[in-house]
Design a protein around this ligand. Sequence first.
Ligand code: HEM
Length: 448
Amino acid sequence: MRRSTATTRPRPPGPGGPPLIGNTLQWARDPFGFITDCARDHGDIVYTEVAGTSWYRLYHPDHFEHVLIHNNQNYVKGEFLQQFLGALTGQGLLTSEGEFWRRQRHLIQPAFHPDRVPVYASMMTGYADRLIASWEDGETRDIHADMTRLTLEIIASALFEVDLRDHEADIGAALEEVMEYSESVTSMYLPSWLPTPAKRRYERAISSLDEVVFEILDERRSSSDDSRDVVSMLLDAETEDGHRMTETQLRDEVMTLLLAGHETTASAISFTWYLLSKHPTAEANLVAELDAVLGGRTPTLDDLSDLRYTEQVVKESLRLYPPVHSVVREAIEDDEIGGYHIPAGASVAMHQWVTHTDPRFFDDPDAFRPERWTREFEREVHPLAYFPFSAGPRRCIGDRFAMLEAQLVLATIAQRYRLELASESSLDLALSITTRPKGGIEMNVHER
Ligand code: HEM
């Protein structure tokens, strides 16, 4: 239950704005610019109003640590995320709360146990090999579309043991629709029951994703093999009072894992190709490492410890282009952060997008410098200054899976192909549920 008490602590500073509109127009014009300017102009805690909601924006790692770790019991995912993601992922792991979330996390965790990793690693390189077998030397491809298909195939096969190749186009189109809807400020303003054309397209997209999810459930149910995939585990799981999960609960978990498990990783790898094409020295260093360690063969799990530069490239790419740009919470009770009052019910946003390039924590913060990620630097940097996978109990369950996938896919493809931007135009970014390259990334692929 929320309790707001009288306080003498001040509200954080902010850009101000006219009643009702607040900062909505600034946000709508350029959300990345807006969240960056807020920190530059007003400091580490900033009060803003967007689409009728008061937002407390945090920029300092100490404050992230407070919300995500030390006082995490006072912060829930909250109404905003429910409104934003509820129709899509329901009460899946990303949005559920309390005891139900704890039980589900415990149930799903074994899918990410280290003993599953060797199987996943060979799937990842196998699918990457198959993708590049379809490439033609010199052709132009939308690399983000390729990476999205690839990560979808990998997650479906790793977690659900199903082949989704026949559904890739439908899933891709539905996801575009969902992201576009979530990107629009009008969708935040309008009541969720209002049947606008955009809302209808959004609902149709969710129905077509539902069809895929129910097909996965049916396929696993009818399979007689003694499988260890996530769906089989969820189908077999019983609550303490002997109940099985309902169809809706199963749908929500599978939808969550399917979407959270591929979209962000696809963006992470796509941004990495973009950055490498812009930084030929880093690319040359990467290829030199791959040649020395692999000599043309497909990488395995055992190679990863020798592929240090590959790991540094992925970490640096996740710093400059974090696929999850912000982590959002809602305060249950009043709190104080950095001397400011955070009222019960307040929406709080923590922006990786801004803090990852804060000069207080990263030298030459806008430069792509993979070599900064020495073991020493990792020990010294504030642990919450870099948090692409969030932190605390709600940290990403697939963080190691994603790192493994990004490194292995990069190593498999980069030693066979050089990817060059098809045009010099800069990356157009969309701030939706995640950070995505708007309209894809056109690249020419050259065999080495
Ligand atoms: C580069 C890739 C990825 C990034 C940047 C990323 C980032 C994140 C972040 C920041 C959160 C926390 C959200 C919050 O606290 O509100 C999160 C949660 C989550 N992620 Fe990921 N993720 C990635 C890949 C994956 C993969 C591969 C999977 C599944 C295989 C996955 C499944 C999930 C799930 C289920 C949650 C919710 C966990 C919970 O609340 O218990 N993610 N992710």
